[in-house]
Design a protein around this ligand. Sequence first.
Ligand SMILES: [Zn+2]
Length: 209
Amino acid sequence: MPRKISRAKAKSRGLTRYYTGKKCCRGHVAERNVCNKHCVICGLAHTKAYQQTPQGQRTRRAWEESPRGRESQRRSNQSPEARASKRRYNRSQKGREARRRFDQSPKGRESRFRQKHSVKGHEATRRRNNSPRGQDCQWRYKHSTKGIETARRYAQRYNEQPKNKRRVLEGVRRRLLERREAEYFENPHDDRARKLYFNLLYRREKDGR
Ligand SMILES: [Zn+2]
């Protein structure tokens, strides 16, 4: 219990509460407010009862949506107790189910999209992709039918771009030359192989490639 202090003394010191040790009309031995002499426990009970009424709920909602109310909620949500409580809830059966329901709702999808494309979300994705588990997951996708098909589609689109077409063509020509060369070296006495190889070689030199 707090130390005894008269109302007049508390008031002169600028305090908001005083304590006499006397019971209130409902039997609480508690501090009282300097401004109205009301017992604080009675005051809490009164506030709670008021918040249950329609008018009280409206007032509370207005407070929660005001800048100061938001700030107050933010501060209390960041307290260690609130964090621990949230963690407990998230790990409970009820919490898991609620989260699954939210994730599948339109609002949840939108929220996930926004998170994914935020700076924080990008950072999280990068971290996950670099983790052993993320790498393992990527490896499995790359070697799946779907992953191979996707890679093929991307490569095709890349190769069809004008700036890449020339390089692709050069690759085709280079590989053809390598094949002709290999055929000629395997059969040095085959006229046809020799002709094909040297024709290609001369043509390349003439084109300046
Ligand atoms: Zn009381």
